[in-house]
Design a binder for this molecule. Structure first.
Ligand SMILES: *[C@@H]1O[C@H](CO)[C@@H](O)[C@H](O)[C@H]1NC(C)=O
Ligand SMILES: *[C@@H]1O[C@H](CO)[C@@H](O)[C@H](O)[C@H]1NC(C)=O
Ligand SMILES: *[C@@H]1O[C@H](CO)[C@@H](O)[C@H](O)[C@H]1NC(C)=O
Ligand SMILES: *[C@@H]1O[C@H](CO)[C@@H](O)[C@H](O)[C@H]1NC(C)=O
Ligand SMILES: *[C@@H]1O[C@H](CO)[C@@H](O)[C@H](O)[C@H]1NC(C)=O
Length: 431
């Protein structure tokens, strides 16, 4: 019902007022999200605040010994032939994180929970364990050896940036990456591991489609986004054929106010009151853009490996991000304890449907396209977000009067998304 009503925003909005509380809550959040994620999902990077302290080798924390594949596999159960890597549990990991705020300089200040004074540490002692197989931690040395002369790109929004920083930190144990490119705003960046000639890029393309975004550095928008739903963003398409491994993702930026163009003509919008345009709903645009992205991939004759990463959930409790919601959990939850928000469910539904259609065509065309389905396992980690610790010592005297916005959307580093890189490695090794 909810989904059907969303196809027509006006009728949905109308029914909102008429019907139940859940929908009212959903409607209000869509409206407010529509204005802009501002602080949380702005395009600013805050990279200027990243400390440039030199890499300090920690001798008491040596690289784990290699046993098989890509690192120490402590799971005793032999792998079943068919293993769904994304069904499993977070299990205790007494060894703790592979890097710290001291050993890695690539952590963005807003996600540097250690440095920002997050007092609890239990959230650092877990690792993802698929039900039917082991998941070794990627061994940075072997990983880099495997990636000699290869190029990776993570393409998407600030969660992709979050992800790339985790990878750089894990690998920096063996060699520190050297930045070889950044755009003016430090949103798209490229690094190289000189001894391995391995290149990693993060490409800022929050819609994957062509978009004009009118936001200042603080994420305050002066105009609706102009999204060309039928044109892919050339910022990634022009680099595409030169990439060996690509992790795409998108989603949350579609909640924002936007005017949708097709064939260079206005088709409608999402949340644009006073504009006399047809409300098409963000789901309309997301589906259309994903179809285009997948069509591009399927017909690209690409020889590498392409992943689509599903949307990651937020974990605001007792409110939303704009009205005092928090995330104060200290450890993972079991399946069923947290539900996806209605908005993320809508994104996910589109992702799964469009992926499934594309996967069949990709396999016919010999293109390696894989679903990197981190939504369910991420949903179990309400403890992994910065919360108030997106700010440096948020509860110190100097900050007493500041209005705290909690970040229950991005992930602390080190943190749960370090496992994403183990999963990607396993998928690559499995072919
Ligand atoms: C790392 O975090 C700890 C607190 O957990 C802090 O004492 C230390 O100064 C931080 N290091 C850097 C380089 O920020
Ligand atoms: C990497 O590229 C160099 C130079 O083209 C080549 O000599 C070397 O064999 C390549 N290594 C691998 C593993 O492809
Ligand atoms: C680095 O890798 C690229 C392929 O990504 C290759 O064309 C180039 O020759 C390599 N350079 C060196 C110095 O090995
Ligand atoms: C592509 O990159 C250019 C230059 O960095 C930037 O101005 C433009 O907004 C980018 N496109 C999208 C869709 O972000
Ligand atoms: C809104 O658009 C419709 C169709 O384009 C037009 O008939 C109508 O006059 C417009 N209303 C206003 C208030 O501009």
């Amino acid at each position: 019902m909810v989904k059907n009503m969303l196809f027509n925003w006006k009728s949905w909005w109308w029914s909102l007022h008429k019907h139940n509380y859940l929908l009212v809550k959903l409607g209000v959040s869509i409206l407010l999200l529509g204005f802009a994620f501002r602080l949380l999902f702005s395009q600013s990077t805050g990279f200027s605040e990243v400390s440039e302290t030199p890499f300090l080798e920690k001798t008491e924390n040596p690289v784990a010994p290699v046993s098989d594949g890509f690192g120490e596999n402590t799971d005793q159960i032999p792998d079943k032939e068919e293993c769904d890597l994304f069904t499993g549990d977070w299990i205790p990991n007494p060894a703790g994180p592979r890097y710290s705020n001291d050993s890695c300089k690539f952590i963005e200040s807003h996600q540097n929970c250690m440095k920002n004074g997050r007092p609890d540490t239990r959230y650092l002692y877990w690792r993802w364990k698929p039900q039917d197989c082991g998941l070794p931690q990627l061994d940075p040395e072997r990983f880099l050896e495997m990636m000699r002369n290869k190029t990776w790109a993570l393409i998407g929004d600030s969660i992709s940036r979050n992800h790339v920083q985790s990878l750089l930190c894990i690998l920096s144990k063996v060699e520190e990456a050297v930045e070889v490119y950044h755009d003016e705003e430090y949103r798209s960046r490229r690094w190289n591991f000189p001894s391995y000639n391995f290149t990693v890029s993060v490409i800022w393309s929050p819609f994957l489609a062509k978009a004009a975004i009118f936001e200042d550095y603080n994420g305050v928008s002066t105009h609706e986004i102009e999204l060309q739903i039928d044109k892919l963003d050339t910022n990634w398409t022009k680099l595409y054929q030169g990439l060996d491994y690509i992790v795409f993702s998108s989603g949350k930026w579609f909640f924002k106010s936007a005017i949708y163009y097709e064939n260079n003509k206005i088709l409608g919008c999402h949340y644009c009151p006073g504009k006399n345009l047809t409300e098409l709903g963000f789901n309309f645009a997301y589906r259309k853009v994903l179809k285009n992205v997948f069509n591009f991939i399927v017909s690209s004759n690409h020889k590498g490996m392409i992943f689509y990463r599903t949307s990651t959930p937020d974990h605001f409790e007792n409110g939303e991000w704009f009205n005092g919601g928090t995330c104060t959990r200290a450890e993972p939850v079991k399946e069923g304890e947290f539900e996806l928000t209605e908005l993320v469910k809508i994104l996910r539904d589109i992702e799964l449907k469009e992926f499934e259609k594309a996967a069949a065509k990709a396999s016919e065309a010999g293109v390696k396209l894989k679903l990197f389905d981190v939504t369910p396992l991420s949903l179990l980690r309400p403890d992994g977000h910065p919360g108030p610790y997106r700010h440096f010592y948020p509860f110190s005297k100097d900050n007493k009067n500041a209005k705290l916005i909690n970040d229950c959307l991005h992930w602390c580093l080190p943190g749960p998304i370090d496992s994403w890189n183990d999963l990607l490695t396993k998928m690559i090794v499995n072919g």
